[in-house]
Design a protein around this ligand. Structure first.
Ligand SMILES: [Zn+2]
Length: 212
């Protein structure tokens, strides 16, 4: 079960989750492959002004078909929706917090804390692999690169997943607090964090390298 939906082979579900104690609703798409396999989570818009990842996630959610995939793909294309709608520069509109600094969140905190808690409990915890899409925001011009977990039981698997991304820089990250991609440091799962403008080409490749 993910967000109240049973993951039945062949299903393609679009829905949203309400963040308890707030006015926030988070859209998501669940694509359940016809065959068994890992559950891969893709999030974008944790930084709401990083539009490349958001657009890529929307396009990917239309591109993946249950017939073509093994396992499940969960896509959260716009995690910080209120920041997006109110045009903040990558903070949650209601409390001004950077969502990527408050994971795993707090169910009793302000909007960003509650949103992080929901994302962690409902989506991140239930995935075997996690890909978080970022890019330059607003005025930033970034050189594409990819993070992978640098000091964890899944470091090797995480590195294998991003080795198929053709980018000049890879960052072995040993930071283990606050961000969505690194908060599961203590769990046996896989994380990568991409900053690239070629998401549509590379994400399917990365997914095909998720260990089973
Ligand atoms: Zn970002």
């Amino acid at each position: 079960m993910i967000a109240g939906h049973e993951l039945k082979p062949g299903k393609n579900i679009t829905d949203h989750v309400h963040v308890e104690g707030t006015e926030l609703h988070v859209p998501h798409v669940l694509i359940c492959g016809k065959n068994e396999g890992p559950t891969v989570l893709i999030t974008a818009g944790i930084h709401n002004a990083e539009y490349v990842g958001i657009q890529a996630a929307i396009e990917l959610s239309n591109e993946f078909e249950p017939d073509d995939i093994n396992g499940n793909i969960i896509i959260v294309p716009l995690a910080n929706r209120s920041g997006f709608e109110n045009r903040t520069m990558s903070t949650v509109y209601e409390d001004g917090k950077n969502l990527n600094r408050v994971f795993p969140g707090n169910p009793d905190g302000s909007e960003a804390d509650r949103l992080a808690h929901m994302l962690f409990e409902i989506f991140i915890k239930n995935a075997d692999a996690y890909i978080d899409l970022h890019s330059g925001e607003g005025y930033e011009n970034l050189i594409p690169y990819a993070y992978y977990l640098g000091d964890s039981p899944v470091t090797e698997a995480s590195k294998k997943m991003i080795d198929c991304v053709n980018t000049e820089y890879y960052v072995r990250s040993c930071c283990c607090t606050g961000g969505a991609y690194n908060i599961r440091f203590k769990f046996i799962h896989y994380f990568i964090y991409l900053l690239a403008e070629h998401f549509l080409i590379y994400i399917p490749l990365v997914i095909s390298h998720v260990p089973v």
